[in-house]
Design a protein around this ligand. Sequence first.
Ligand code: IPE
Ligand code: IPE
Ligand code: MG
Length: 280
Amino acid sequence: MNWIIEQDNEDKKIQEEIIKQGVLPKHIAVIMDGNGRWAIERGLSRTEGHQEGIESVRDIVKASSQLGIKYLTLYAFSLENWKRPIAEVGILMKLLEHYLRQELDELHKNNVRLLTIGKSSSLPKVIQKLLHESFETTKDNDGLTLTLALSYSGRWDIVRAVQMIALDVRRGRVSPEDITEELFSTYLQTEKMPYPDLLIRTSGEMRLSNFLLWEMAYGEIYITDKFWPEFRRNDLYDSILNYMHRERRYGRTSAQIASQGEVNQNDSYIQRVINAFKSK
Ligand code: IPE
Ligand code: IPE
Ligand code: MG
């Protein structure tokens, strides 16, 4: 199914209106929370909540791609989520496997590049294999980059980066004085993506839950009370419009921002890419 052809006219018009309103976020990250509560409130099982959550994933991925968002990062399973009851973890892994099998073709046809961040070695082998196939198939796509955060922890990624820098120092490739924020960020799994402009969290919780800790230093946060299974494209549009009307100051004053125009937090992204190429 071609997402541009199938898009209905009314939705197309809404998207055109949004684009006129301001600068789209380059990178949207989402903490997809509240599947369980959504289900319990309706007398359903948590599994049914997770299943309905996948419908939201489908809609949000499609809407982001149609709108021209370049990066969408979805927090699907945290490193701490392994501590949930084994039956729930098993169901989540099965649903993930099913999603990957079912969606790859359509994602690829719609020019989506699929990536993952997190401790993928702890995922079931069958999922590791599917992920690998998905990266290979979609690696040259230049539409939306969809990153699934799986078995992910921001602290884990930071510690992993520190370990790799320490190894490079020991090998004489990096000297301690050269360790800057730019260099550090090239050791993170998110090295090739811009920092998130907008982080959405559903179901009203006001915390990061170990998601993109380094990357979110200046990202805008949008929290909605809606549970993830009821969060659909119109809610995404609300969050983007809300984002567009914010002033991102990065420590400066409003007057400075007014006279200098938009400050690009991703200036350093270019530096990171240059550094990344230098070190490879
Ligand atoms: C989000 O919904 C999905 C995952 C964390 C995998 P939850 O399962 O956390 O739902 P609540 O927060 O218990 O309602
Ligand atoms: C965060 O949700 C992780 C994901 C959405 C995958 P949690 O439900 O695990 O977060 P906490 O435990 O409420 O902080
Ligand atoms: Mg939760």
